[in-house]
Design a protein. Structure first.
Length: 143
């Protein structure tokens, strides 16, 4: 029986979906430009239990991963150790999530705290709304 359970767990893990990740903020912007996507930044720090919970729960969910991968390049940055434009990313606590256009412009202010799947989707909906509004506003002036 253990062998059968292990076999199904192994097969399931082979089909797991992975986040489309960059190692640095600069690499994320570059990848986003190449793939015509935006950047999602997760700001973390060591020993943050909410950061760990969000990575373990929210960012391991297949639906969340697929939705992020569809429009974003994901990058996880350490609040104190990584290089990023600190004046742009106001981090008052961790985890904090930011959505950024591929030119480095913030889509909206970052949202701090742990987000479960449903709340994270709501936050992504807000970012998507702002992106779509910008697209509509820009296309209204043409023609």
């Amino acid at each position: 029986m253990r062998t059968i359970i292990f076999f199904f767990m192994l097969i399931g893990s082979l089909h797991a979906v992975a986040l489309n990740k960059a190692l640095t903020y600069e690499e994320a912007l570059e990848m986003a430009k190449e793939q015509n996507k935006r950047v999602m930044v997760l700001m973390v720090q060591d020993n943050c239990r909410y950061c760990k919970a969000m990575k373990a729960n929210t960012f391991s969910d297949t639906e969340v991963i697929e939705r992020i991968n569809k429009h974003y390049i994901f990058v996880e940055l350490h609040r104190y150790n990584d290089s990023y434009p600190k004046q742009k990313f106001a981090v008052y606590g961790v985890p904090t999530t930011f959505f950024v256009y591929n030119d480095g412009t913030l889509i909206m202010k970052g949202a701090g705290g742990y987000w479960n799947k449903e709340d994270f989707f709501s936050f992504m909906d807000d970012a998507d709304f702002k992106v779509n509004k910008k697209i509509r506003d820009n296309s209204d002036g043409e023609g």
